[in-house]
Design a protein around this ligand. Sequence first.
Ligand SMILES: [Zn+2]
Length: 426
Amino acid sequence: MIELFFPEAAQLVIEDVQMLGEKLYTYARGRSVTAKCPVCQTQSDKTHSRYQRHPQDLPCFGFRVQLHIIVRRFFCQNDRCGRLTFAETFPELLGYKARRTQRLSRQQLTVAFAVSGESGRCLLSSLAMPLSGDSLIRDIRRAPGEKMVTPRVLGIDDWAQRRGHTYGTILVDLESRQPVDLLNSREAEDVTAWLKQHPGVEIISRDRGHDYAKAASDGAPTAQQVADRWHLLKNLREAVATMLSHQPAALAAAAEVDEGEEVGNGDTKDIEGGQTTVTAESIEAISASVQQPTTKAERDQAARHARRQARFEMIKQLHKKGYSNRAIGRHLGMSPRTVRKCIEADVCPQYSTGRVRPSKLTPWLPYLEERWQAGYTNANQLWREIEAQGFAGSRGLVSRWAAKERKLLPQSTQYVANNRGKCAPN
Ligand SMILES: [Zn+2]
């Protein structure tokens, strides 16, 4: 009856089964009287010696099962074979030197893949198939991976090995939503090489950076490149923010419509809706009075200035009408303290544009600028140079400075600089 549990080509004869404590001990020996030499394939029936193996097996009725197998060692009877002796094997049941049967290992591996190391250890312990978490992880690492099929729709993005320090590239099959590969670098050449080794990608979803665009063009020239959803939304948000920053009057008008809903919270004297008609006109007047800006940065700055000035005038007007600082603050979404500062000031407080706070990098700026002008735009290299001279700041400080400088370069040279500099996140 117990032999029903050993259907593996009936290689074993079960001789005894004993229950000791919580464990079922199964004593067995090889069924065949001969065995084949693994070198010359000659059958031999001349026994040299016997020894025991004690592998764990699948549990039975909730009890752990341990096999005691008597294994015979045979003489090779082929005079021309270099092997003198060999042991009989049970390849269907037990691997070479294995301490677990193959069927037990398969079950444990299934659990390891489902719940991973430590959770797997707890689960397997209660299933009478105990194994340490480390062994489960080792099994996962040894398990042969599924053969990767080149995805039709491929997603490419950065992947942080150590966030802020080391980045690689993650490649994801966007149809099965499974990662297909991790590259240790995000260099365009490495991604290009991968794409050339895996032809057949039809659509590549990527970020807005130049590196992956170049890699996709070089490695899979026939594939269609699309921006991924996150970057599309980022593009949209930035475009809307830029557009709205140029329409201060429209923003103020929209804010006025909402006034009736926002005020009236029961302070001693709240602001009634529709009374503060100063905003739209004043913003337009302010915008018109400011010298016409030319660059985008100047236009943005002028818009911000106009918004601050209009708000300042509104605070003054409401204060004159007798509203409390708190009511004004609630109405405009400012703290009462900021409202008080505005009321006490004669002119609208402005922040100087070039508020440069001294940093650890400040003393090194002349040197860096000189090197930059000479064409050395690799932030890492620059950091190493000044570090050797005594700079105690981080590599990121230099990277951020370089990124700012790079934005000032003409569009056509930005890509080259980006490639050399390697510090733009996208
Ligand atoms: Zn042999």
